[in-house]
Ligand binder design. Structure first.
Ligand code: BTN
Length: 258
């Protein structure tokens, strides 16, 4: 069955495109025009896929899932970034469903054997006190068997890890089931407390030395997991520092994640 037809089995509003610049950009337009919370924007390929920190995101036709979930929760804008971490756990669960043992690199990369299998880019529209919407943009490498040279040391796919071709519609369905469950708990509880232990257990750099890369400086510490609002707690010689996502990236001291 074709991907587009598979998507009709999902019980939600789907906006499907053969090609977009970025599903996140299209999702913004649709959200502004009144698209419902829970709507999903999917493109077979993106020709200007966006990663975190202004990076491009490789999104070729046929082999990946490039999708953006429109969410309109009634929460304060400062809580929006927590949805990204929930998305990462939902992807982690999805990988497990397909027999792929993965881990999370804070805040929201899902990695397998030190290589990235999924990236998440969360964007939002908000006024200081009011959140209009959140766009949870998710890129999952599903059936590619090779990557361009620039990223082949740091990227992997579900097919490469499992040795079989994977049905993309089923991946989306599994992801949405996990995400919806966590999303409801999050809206009820208003924090990440319910998922914190699970998140920390899947963190690839739990209790490991990491390097925090900020715009103006780099510094080292031991990562000891997230708190209830999704900040990464890093122990330095002097202190425990709460690191917020945003313009921050982390590296293991020994390469990409380790
Ligand atoms: C990252 O790892 O830096 C984040 C990558 C996010 C990629 C996804 S693909 C679907 C959505 N549309 C985009 O332009 N980006 C996100």
């Amino acid at each position: 069955m074709k991907f587009k037809e598979e998507l009709q089995k999902l019980n939600r509003k789907i906006y499907y495109y053969e090609c977009l610049g970025s599903t996140n950009d299209e999702a913004r337009i649709l959200a502004d025009r009144g698209a419902d919370s829970g709507s999903l924007v999917i493109a077979e390929r993106q020709n200007a896929g966006k990663g975190r920190m202004g990076r491009a995101f490789f999104s070729p036709a046929g082999s990946g899932i490039w999708m953006s979930l429109i969410l309109k929760p009634n929460i304060s804008p400062v809580m929006a970034s927590m949805l990204t971490l929930i998305g990462a756990v939902a992807v982690y669960d999805t990988m497990k469903d397909f027999g792929i043992p993965s881990g999370i690199k804070w805040p929201n990369d899902v990695v397998v054997r030190g290589k990235k299998i999924t990236g998440i880019l969360t964007e939002m529209k908000a006024e200081p006190e009011h959140l209009d919407y959140v766009i949870l943009g998710i890129g999952i490498n599903v059936n590619m068997l090779e990557f361009p040279e620039e990223i082949n040391q740091i990227a992997t796919s579900m097919a490469m890890e499992s040795g079989r071709n994977i049905n993309r519609g089923e991946v989306i369905q599994r992801f949405l089931t996990h995400f919806d469950e966590y999303y409801q708990s999050f809206l009820k509880e208003g924090s990440l407390e319910f998922i914190k232990d699970k998140y920390n257990q899947s963190l690839v750099h739990m209790n490991k030395k990491i390097k925090i890369h900020e715009i103006r400086r780099d510094w080292d510490g031991i990562s000891i997991g997230i708190n209830n609002v999704g900040e990464l707690i890093v122990r330095t010689n002097e202190d425990e520092v709460f690191v917020r996502s945003g313009e921050v990236s982390i590296r293991g001291v020994y390469g990409y994640v380790e």
